[in-house]
Write a protein of this length. Structure first.
Length: 445
């Protein structure tokens, strides 16, 4: 079915009226948790492990949202930036990836297809809208390989496998059927998003796989007993129906040499490589059921062999009461994430900024899309955040960067998912509520 994509022939600009970042105080402690009512571009938050409440300090609730038509609503951006509607009418656009020639590859996960969009020379208007491949199984992550200006393959992470298509720069339609590179990737119930990235040297393919459950309910005992399992497996490796889940897996580019890269990451939805260090980073959904303000989502670097706590611990050695006393051997082996995000925000896609469109102070910072809560009494998320870096290292702070997707306490028009940096340095944002893609640029100083 041919999808209609509207193109803004005359860009609709939005100039932010809010004060610049420097004028805003850093919200810390309880104030940093907040809700959508306090969100606006330029607000800076710092959530620390010592700020976390006790489990059950507030009840866990179901607070689903209703997506309404956008109408004339526009996202809000910081002073000095502007945003335009690039495309609409897409079928739940999720991950965005930029080809070497600037083409925008879009994963339309629900319909099972990849779409390619091409802009004009100014980067402001679509001139091509083409289905690249269809018939896929909930495609999400995409990666061009090898790295550089002349990739030979487009890899796609489906819910249950990784496939690749032969690719030549400029292709707008797959030239062959997909080749299965990794079969039997954990599928079935639970989180279905799989992201994919290659290490800078091209020797390893990383694939993120979310958990099948909230907190490994009913996982039982490992084969051969816990002591034997702990000796033979990576720290924090899960088993049974959670085997090779809540983890980042590593493979060679041809799908061989399968192993666990990192464990205990409940749902690493967004996977990206930090250019300065070559380290993978994860934008992560944490667990539910412990109250409004537990457990924070997070954005973090991911070190090989590290264990991030799920399901037995969270944000360091805080024990999940639903697994009390189950894994004392892991208590002092939990890696604390770099940047804690408001709980239940549903942190999804992420990207590092390496363009020249934004001011110099944005170089090396990361952006992450917060899809929005469904289980917090005071709604959080529904925005794009900026992860602040200093000399390539996270400060722990993050900034509300693009907001305005919430209509009221029960309705929203947008749910951000994908983040990508266009070839000209503009920031591209997809949202799957109304099926739109937005283009954000800075205003010349």
């Amino acid at each position: 079915m041919k999808m209609h994509v509207s193109v803004m022939l005359t860009p609709v600009w939005l100039w932010a009226a809010c004060a610049g970042v420097q004028a805003e105080p850093v919200l810390q402690g309880k104030d940093a948790f907040g809700s959508w009512h306090a969100d606006k571009p330029g607000i800076v938050r710092l959530i620390r492990p010592q700020d976390l409440p006790k489990p059950g300090a507030s009840p866990s609730v179901a607070n689903s949202t209703r997506v309404v038509p956008r109408g004339g609503a526009m996202p809000l951006v910081p002073q000095g930036f502007r945003i335009e509607l690039l495309a609409e009418g897409l079928a739940g656009p999720r991950v965005l990836r930029i080809a070497p020639n600037g083409d925008i590859f879009v994963a339309e996960t629900g319909p099972g297809r990849i779409r390619v969009l091409r802009l004009d020379e100014d980067g402001t208007k679509l001139v091509t809208n083409q289905v690249y491949a269809s018939g896929l199984s909930r495609p999400f992550g995409m990666a061009f390989f090898p790295n550089g200006d002349n990739p030979q393959w487009l890899y796609v992470a489906n819910a249950g496998n990784v496939v690749r298509f032969p690719y030549r720069t400029g292709d707008v339609q797959a030239s062959a059927k997909p080749e299965i590179v990794v079969a039997n990737l954990a599928s079935g119930s639970g989180h279905s998003t799989r992201d994919i990235a290659f290490t800078p040297d091209g020797k390893r393919m990383l694939v993120s796989v979310g958990s099948a459950s909230n907190v490994a309910e009913g996982m039982g005992n490992p084969p051969g007993g816990l002591e034997a399992w702990s000796r033979a497996q990576a720290p924090g490796a899960s088993w049974g129906y959670e085997a090779e889940r809540a983890a980042v897996l590593a493979f060679s580019a041809d799908g061989k040499d399968r192993k666990l890269y990192a464990t205990g990451i409940r749902n690493c939805v967004g996977l990206a490589i930090q250019p300065q260090t070559g380290l993978p980073w994860c934008s992560t959904n944490e667990r539910d059921g412990l109250g409004d303000d537990l457990v924070p989502d997070y954005v973090t670097s991911v070190k090989e062999g590290a264990f991030y706590g799920w399901p037995w611990f969270y944000i360091g050695n805080n024990e999940d009461p639903r697994h009390a006393g189950a894994r004392p051997d892991l208590k002092d082996k939990v890696t604390v994430p770099d940047v804690l995000v408001q709980p239940h925000s549903a942190s999804l896609g992420m990207a590092f900024y390496q363009g020249t469109q934004f001011p110099a102070e944005y170089q090396g910072d990361a952006f992450a899309a917060e899809h929005g809560s469904w289980n917090r009494s005071k709604r959080t998320g529904y925005k794009v955040i900026r992860i602040r870096m200093k000399d390539g290292k996270p400060t722990g702070e993050y900034e509300d960067f693009v907001t305005g997707f919430v209509v009221n306490d029960s309705e929203v028009w947008g749910r951000p998912v994908g983040i990508a940096v266009a070839k000209d340095g503009a920031l591209l944002i997809s949202e799957d509520g109304n099926g739109t893609i937005w283009r954000m640029t800075s205003v010349p100083r």
